[in-house]
Structures are given as C-alpha cells and as structure tokens.
Design a protein around this ligand. Structure first.
Ligand code: XMP
Length: 316
C-alpha cells in the first residue's frame, strides 16, 4: 500500500541505483521543492550530494541563513553558499523595467550556478525539484516562472547532466508531507510562495540599497505579525512592496520624506485569480505602527485591496 514512508524508501533505493557512487549537484534555493529534494537526496546519498545556494541579495530577512542552518548545520549537507549580492545589485543598478529586472536576475542566477558547477569535478547528475504540476501545467505562469528561475535548461551544452527528479510524481501537498516525513522544519515545508526574483520585484522600479533594506525589514515585521496572529497558517501569500518614490511625513516634529510600504495579502487556489484577505483593522494598525517605528525610512503603510484580475499578485 502507498504511504509516504514507503514512497521515500522506494525513492531512496531508486536514487542509489541511478546515481551509484557518482555525485549529484543541486541548486538549493530554500523553497519547498528544492528543500524537499535536498532532504531526500541527503538521505539517499549523503555527501555525494553537492548543494549550491546562491544568495542573490534579494532574499527575505534571515532566509539564506536559515538554509545554511538547516542544511549545513543540522542535516550536515555538503553545501556551497555563494553570496552574490554585490554582483546582482551591480547588474540591476539603475534598471527600472520589470521584465528587464527579471531577465537580469534569472540570467545572472544561471551564470553564477554555472560558474560554481564548473569549479566542481566529477559531477554527473543534477537534482531537480520538479513536481507533478510542473509537468502537467507547464504552460501556466507559476510553473513557468519556477522553472525559468531554477532549472538548468539555460546551462550550456558541455554542462548537461542527467536529471534526478524524485518528486516528479507528487502534488504540492504530498511534497510537503514528504518534507515533514524527512524531518524538515514545518516553517520550511509550509512556507508561502516566494518568486524566484525575490524582493527584486517588490522593490519597485530601479532598486536602491536603502529601499531594499527597508523592504526586507518591513516584510519581516509583516511576517512576524502574521505568524503571531496565526494568519500565516491560512493566508496564501502576504508580503510588502515599496514603490520608488517618497512621500511627505512628519517625524520628530519635523517634516521628513519617507517610503511607503504597501501590504498585500491574497488567497487563491491556483494563482491565476486571487481575492483579498480581509485583515482585521487592529492588526493592520499594529503592523503600520511597528513598521513606521522600526523602519525609520518608511512613513506610510497602505493596504492593497485589488483582486487578480485586474491586478496581479506581485506588482512587477
Ligand atoms: P502574479 O504576480 O503573476 O503571480 O499574479 C502569481 C504567482 O507566481 C509567483 N511569481 C513567481 N514565482 N518566479 C517565481 O518563482 C517568478 O518570476 C514569479 N513571478 C510571480 C507570485 O509570487 C505568485 O505566487
């Protein structure tokens, strides 16, 4: 009979048979799928797995640190951590067009990964967090985006590897159950969707470091308040975006210019349409108070109430 324990045992055996004594490379973003594949591969082949985590400088607060903590410190994975923040922010400097930003981030991601792959010797396989919906719905935006960012279709000819895709028969809820069974922390397995280009498409227009930092802090406060109120368990996606202009405010009895944090919290089944979470006003006010007190470059907080369509979930 089919259960998760048996599934994992079967996959572990299949992976060992496929890989033998060779090495597997994996781009570990810290998202649900790549994390679960990593945990599965660690169980199957341990040190024969080489994980590469590329921090593009557009991760949420403590996100890359969390990946290192779980995979290197707790699961003792062979993990290469690449801090490519300067490289990404340099390439993005002055670029305001959303599609251009996405192209730069996606392209640079593949180049950084490729450079790391070239430094390694004797890698024959590439692990991938392909799941069943990626295969059947490969025409939809979500699947396509997840693919374009993390898959290696973009790697050059001489860097083609045989794929190891142990999750390709699973639906998302099964992937999560698999992660839990493999011992991954619940926060990692039940985390909300996060776009590949990360905070890059939430720091609207041309990214500046001070606004990116304000965004990261404000987003962390929003997530903290959602976790405290239990909304993190029910709301599909919630985050902060910051437009590229300042508004007038008053701080310490003086006129001052500040950024505007835009909060978005939506519910959806398939990300093709989305409705608004009706957040309690007391909670909204608490979030606004905390953000403006703790992030002094922000002097306004607004709540976005547009459905998809006509809006999209992200702002860029
Ligand atoms: P939109 O903004 O199109 O987003 O309504 C739908 C869902 O897809 C996520 N998203 C992305 N995910 N790479 C990803 O991995 C991307 O480039 C990307 N763009 C949007 C978005 O967060 C939402 O969940």
């Amino acid at each position: 009979n089919w259960n998760m324990k048996n599934f994992i045992e079967d996959q572990v055996e299949l992976i060992r048979k496929q890989v033998g004594d060779k090495k597997v490379l994996l781009a570990l973003s810290g998202g649900v799928d790549s994390s679960v594949v990593a945990a599965m591969l660690i169980k199957a082949i341990g040190q024969q797995l080489v994980c590469v985590h590329v921090n593009h400088g557009l991760m949420r607060k403590n996100e890359s640190e969390g990946v290192v903590k779980v995979f290197r410190d707790e699961l003792h994975a062979n993990l290469i951590y690449v801090d490519a923040t300067e490289r990404f922010l340099g390439k993005l400097d002055g670029v305001a067009d959303p599609e251009e930003k996405r192209k730069i981030i996606g392209g640079e991601f593949i180049r950084v990964f490729e450079e790391e792959a070239r430094k390694l010797e004797g890698i024959d396989f590439l692990g991938q967090g392909t799941i069943y919906p990626d295969i059947i719905e490969s025409g939809t935006k979500t699947a396509k985006c997840v693919k374009s960012h993390h898959n290696v279709g973009g790697l050059p000819e001489d860097l083609q590897f045989e794929l190891v895709e142990p999750l390709k028969q699973l639906f998302k809820d099964e992937v999560r159950a698999c992660g839990i069974e493999l011992g991954l922390p619940a926060e990692m397995v039940y985390r909300q969707p996060f776009p590949g280009p990360g905070l890059g498409v939430r720091c609207l227009g041309a990214i500046t470091r001070d606004r990116l930092e304000a965004l990261r802090e404000a987003d962390a406060i929003l997530r903290d308040e959602f976790a405290k109120s239990g909304l993190d368990k029910t709301v599909w996606q919630y985050f902060v975006a910051i437009p590229d202009f300042k508004a007038v405010g008053v701080r310490d009895n003086a006129r001052s210019m500040g950024y505007m944090a835009v909060i978005r919290a939506v519910n959806t089944i398939d990300a093709m349409t989305a409705t608004i979470e009706r957040i309690d006003y007391d909670l909204l006010e608490r979030i606004a108070d905390r953000i403006t007190a703790e992030v002094t470059s922000i002097n306004r907080v607004v709540y976005e109430i547009t459905k998809k369509p006509v809006a999209t979930i992200e702002f860029e």
